[in-house]
Design a binder for this molecule. Structure first.
Ligand code: UDP
Length: 353
């Protein structure tokens, strides 16, 4: 099987590439290295059947060629991370909607199998917990930048499902709920790598809001088999699936657990949302997936507990300390770069950019 993974040098994409290579598939990744990194695919570069192309999904000719040469397309390239979204909403909307449009357009010309990554953000503020796939989206106003992410991914979902209905394209959407694990970095806002880096650096751990909001964190090692099981399943075509863990934890409890595992002396500070993100920032209070749909269809279930996930992430971070300023704010801001960056020129091959 020939697979194309857009965003394949990202945290989730790189784990997916590894799993597909392990089963003997060919894997090409397309990544503009905006939030992904060569370090993520360092261990894959010399593996037979692996190829990487540095370029963006907006580079239409390149994308079309790569889709032409693939059997299955996993579209993971997207602007993700609440912090990135709040700071660069134009980039978020354009990347997420424009990229998915092009992937579907070219996949439709060749009739390729397409898996589209979406997000639990599409449920928004829905008070109906756990979230199941047919639930309403309860989103905030357009004056609040964070909702641009949920809306852009909802449009991606509509597009994917419409390509299936109207044009018969075999598409499947999977909604990820707080995927975590080794290689995830904190600079775009994700809470577990941020707390682990803060604790390892002696603190303080910064909890946003009152910390009583909750999440369910799912190990990437569980998420990848879910995605692959959907790709392999004909009945998943034209459908949407939640993928996540149902082990709920408040952010206060999370901070305490990470502190207790790393260094009991580390302080936990609470930071108001308007300081952490923007004025009027709205957070989700609870976010729990109903995963009965994917379980019934493919038999998938998650196996890692939050405790195991935290041990894995802490061990990985101890072995791979952040370089330079690491999780520091200066590096984060530098990584965001100028707002109007030109699409990087496509490069192919083995050398580091
Ligand atoms: N959060 C926090 N401190 C941080 C980063 C995040 O308290 O340094 C909180 C954030 O406000 C949210 C939760 O942790 O309530 C999960 O945030 P993340 O960005 O990882 O994912 P989200 O679920 O918001 O997409």
């Amino acid at each position: 099987m020939r697979n194309l993974i857009t965003g394949g040098a990202g945290f989730i994409g790189s784990h997916l590439a590894e799993t597909l290579l392990d089963r003997g598939d060919e894997v090409t990744i397309l990544d503009d290295l905006s939030t992904g990194s060569i370090a993520n695919i360092e261990g894959l570069k010399d593996r037979p059947g692996f190829r990487y192309v540095v370029g963006g999904v907006a580079e239409e000719r390149l994308l079309a060629e790569l889709i032409d040469a693939s059997d299955v397309v996993y579209h993971l390239a997207a602007a993700v991370g609440v912090r990135l979204i709040v700071e660069r909403p134009v980039h978020t909307i354009e990347t997420n909607i424009g990229g998915t449009e092009l992937v579907l357009k070219h996949a439709a010309k060749k009739g390729r199998r397409v898996l589209i990554a979406s997000t639990s953000e599409v449920y928004g503020k829905s008070p109906k917990v756990p979230f199941s796939e047919e639930d309403d989206m309860v989103l905030g106003p357009t004056t609040k930048a964070r909702w641009s992410y949920a809306c852009s991914k909802a449009i991606d979902e509509f597009l994917a499902l419409s390509y299936h209905r109207e044009r018969g394209l075999p598409t499947t959407v999977f909604r990820l709920f707080n995927t975590v694990g080794p290689r995830q970095v904190g600079q775009y806002g994700m809470v577990i790598p941020r707390f682990v880096d803060q604790a390892l650096a002696g603190g303080p751990i910064t909890v946003y809001g009152d910390g009583e909001q909750s999440r369910c964190f799912c190990d990437v090692a569980d998420v990848i088999p879910a995605i692959v099981s959907l790709a392999d399943c004909e009945q998943a075509v034209g459908q949407v699936f939640n993928v996540g863990s149902d082990e709920e934890v408040t952010i206060n409890q999370l901070a305490e657990r990470i502190r207790d595992k790393v260094d009991a002396e580390v302080a936990i500070h609470h930071v108001p949302y308007e300081v952490a993100y923007e004025k009027g920032f709205e957070d989700m209070r609870r976010r729990v997936p109903d995963v009965s749909k994917i379980a019934a269809l493919t038999g998938w279930e998650r196996s890692h507990t939050l405790d195991q996930i935290l041990d894995r992430v802490i061990a990985w971070r101890r072995a791979n300390p952040p370089r330079g300023a690491g999780a520091g704010e200066s590096k984060r801001l530098a990584a965001l770069g100028p707002v109007d960056v030109a699409a990087p020129r496509a490069r192919e091959g083995s050398g580091d950019p």
